[in-house]
Structures are given as structure tokens and as C-alpha cells.
Design a protein around this ligand. Sequence first.
Ligand code: GLC
Length: 432
Amino acid sequence: MSKRFENSLWFRNLRFGMFIHWGLYAIAAKGEWIKSIQKIPDEDYDQYFEMFDPVDFDAHNWAKCAKEAGMKYAVLTAKHHDGFCLFDSKLTDYKITNTKLKKDVVKEFLDAFRAQGLKVGLYYSLLDWRHEHYPAYKDPFHPMRDNPKYDTPRDFSKYLDYMHAQVKELVSNYGKIDLMWLDFSYDQYRGEYWRASELVKMIRNYQPEILINSRLDASGENLGGIMSQNPEIFSGDFACPEQLMPPQALKNEAGEHVPWEICVSMNESWGYNSADKNYKSADLIIKKLTEAVSKGGNMILNVGPDARGNIPQECIQILQKIGGWLKVYGESIYGCTDSGLPKPEWGRYTKKDNIIFAHIYERPIGPLLFPSIDRKDIQKIIMLDDFSELNIMTEWVATNYPQYTFVDIAPSKYKDITVLKIELKNQTGKEQ
Ligand code: GLC
């Protein structure tokens, strides 16, 4: 990993985080883009501001849920594209402390998650569909994009002053923030159009150790300047592919590894969507988390609490299963990375120093073959579920293949995901 990415070591070790999308849109219950999709004018969307009354909100419940799921960091939407702020900004009235809840949710989130020992991050939307100076008419996404009444003079620099000042509030009023997730760039709205260098310098001035994602010059579909050989100061500390697993470890033009995090929704929505029951199974999410780690990346998994303030039951159940798995097998995920070995047919390899973890999804007929690991390099192999030792098989059918490593595992010992810990004799190379 190049020097540029030294700061992100904690992030690359923690590997698994919680994304929380929460705001007024939870009432409409059709996802966080509802204002844009249904082209809802402010006057109509305002009813949600009046209605918002999340009587069950308790950030400690969210934090416990994340902790028990084995998540090690969390990122909350301090402001999403609709412009509504979950923090007590001095710069707008359109904020959580003016709703029936009255509480500063960003503060409550930070306190509760820090208390559980998680690293904390804030998502902040660069777009703002509420601000009077954000482009509306003919913008590709603004709810009023087709409404000529919104073809009014707008001074984008005034919006930028507001946006910078709000980010300053977030990085200067709430103690240590570990991560800033800015979202997103499009068309000409990228890089210096956001006054990005100035923004990044300001953020780092208040939070010298903070990690910033790559969307000041990227969107979900492209990874941005972070992939180039000479990234800009605003190109970010990690790439954030959205809902798409990179085919292999991410490397920049110079061939150096780039830290990355795939963001994944549990169903098909980020913000609460009551009709969307298309949940991914815990088993699938665990496999995809392992895949991310096997390619040197992180996964941030989203929950969209409802308008009462509760994380949906379906999510809680999936998260509990993932947490149960990570309790036993977490050492094959946390602190692990790309093994540098080709993907085995039966699953995935992850790696930590001189240890290779084999994640087996498909049991073999007879002994298990480890491609690309020479048997004379192996110190010992154990199963992670019970720490029982496994023996390398050299006799009988295996004698035909002296260059390969076969291991005997009783068929009854296989699970949906079987994890083995293979300790190698020599250090095969440090982290990327
Ligand atoms: C996108 C969407 C947004 C979501 C985000 C998460 O950019 O606009 O709704 O918050 O990605 O990655």
C-alpha cells in the first residue's frame, strides 16, 4: 500500500461497517430519492417535516445492533439530497431539532456508536434539493428539473458557502470524526466546481486523521481521480464502488493497491422502503463480505430505519446472523486482505501475515484440494469452528498429485461456509 494511503490502516483492518440512511423520506417509505422520482415540490414535501415524530428513536439501539453484527464502524446521513439535516445546523431551519424529535441525531449517533467502540463517519450530500441557490430547473436530478417556475437566478457560490460552512460545523462541533462520506459528483459538478481543494483542506485542518471518500470527483458509477497515478488533493482516501463488486483488487494506474469499500443495501433501497422485501440473505452477505476482503476491500452494509426510528426487523435478524458468524470466524475477515493467490474453485482465500484463511462454499468429493499452496510451506491447518487440527493427505489417491496439497475433512464437518486457517512456515510477504 503506498504512503498516500497510510492513514487508512484502521479502515482496511476493520473491514465491515454500517451505513445508515435516515431522514424525512422514511415517512414516504419509498426510498431516499422519492422527492426527485415523484418530482415533489417543497410545499408538499414539507408535510413530512411537520409529521416527523420518531418516538422509538434511540441511537443506542442502533449502535448495539451494529456492534452485535460485528460491524466496526458506522456512517450516518447527516444530510441527504433532500437537504434535511439530522444535526443542529446554525445555517438552516430545515433540521431535526425543529421537528417533534428536537434532538440532534448526529450527536446522539456519534455518542452511542463511540460508546460501543465503533469508529464513526458522516455522510453529507453535495447535492441539495432544498437550498434556494442549488440549480433546480434543468438539473438532471432536482425534483423541479422540469418546472420552468424554478428557472430563477441562482448563485451557486452562495450554495457552496453554505455547503462548506455546514461541513465545517460537522467537523468542528462534534469531536473526532473518523470518516467523511461525501456524495456525489456528476456532469460539471465535480472537483473544483465544489471548491473541493478548499473543502478538503478545511476538513483536514479540523480533523487531521479523517478519511474522506472519493466522490468529490466521482459518482457511484466511476471511481474517480483516486485511480489515477497523480490524484488530486480531493480525490479521496478510498474508492467507493456502489452495489458492484470489483472483479479484482483495485489498483491505480501505477499498479498500486487502492483502499476501497463497496456500499451495499440489504434490500434494493437505501432509505426505508416498506414495500421492498427483497432482502439479501445473511449467507450471501457473508460471502460477499469475504469476497470484498479477498480483493482487499471493505463492505459497508446499509440499514434504513423507519419513521418511528426502528431498524426494520428483517434487517435485525439478518444482522444477528452475520454477527453470530463473525463471532466465530471474524479472524478470517478483520485485519485480512487479498491473498495474492488465484481464487480457488470452491470458495475464497483471505490472508493475514503468514496465515491464509480458506472459505469453502462447495465441499469436494473426497479430500479437499488447496490449489496454489505448496504442502511443504504449510505449518499447520485447523478448522476455525472448533480449532480441530487437519492433516495433509499424501497417500492413496493423492499420491498421483505430489505437487498439490490435499486435506482430509470428515464430510459431516462441512457447513454452508467452512473456514480453515492455514498457517504457513515462512512469511509469504506482508500486507499489500
Ligand atoms: C447514491 C445515491 C444515494 C445513496 C448513495 C449510497 O449516490 O444518490 O441515495 O445515498 O449512493 O452510496
